[in-house]
Design a protein around this ligand. Structure first.
Ligand code: SF4
Length: 101
């Protein structure tokens, strides 16, 4: 319990010093090629191909940069669910869904 508490405090401190919350994509570090809208990929992408494999209509690859970007925003609930599955599966939490706020 103490260890969990200390970890939580560390995360908050780290977040306040760098404006970065562990486990979340960072909106102001979005890859510029993302199309405008709710979903985006940030600069933490490691080019693992998972999102592009799961949701190929919405995530593409920037060959020159070796990373993914959002090439199309979802337009209905089913498409949004698919993008959320990709977001939740990204191994480095590089996909965000607060880009339109
Ligand atoms: S799943 Fe995450 S790390 Fe993998 S290619 Fe997509 S955005 Fe990049």
């Amino acid at each position: 319990m103490t260890c969990l508490y200390q970890s939580y405090i560390f995360s908050l401190t780290y977040a306040s010093n760098s404006y970065y919350l562990e486990g979340m994509a960072v909106k102001n570090k979005r890859t510029p090629e993302n199309v405008p809208g709710k979903f985006y990929v940030d600069d933490q992408c490691i080019d693992c191909d998972l999102c592009r494999d799961m949701a190929p209509n919405f995530f593409g690859r920037l060959d020159d940069k070796g990373c993914s970007f959002v090439k199309k925003q979802p337009s209905n609930a089913q498409e949004e669910d698919l993008c959320m599955e990709a977001l939740e599966s990204c191994p480095v939490d590089a996909i965000g869904n607060d880009g339109d706020k």
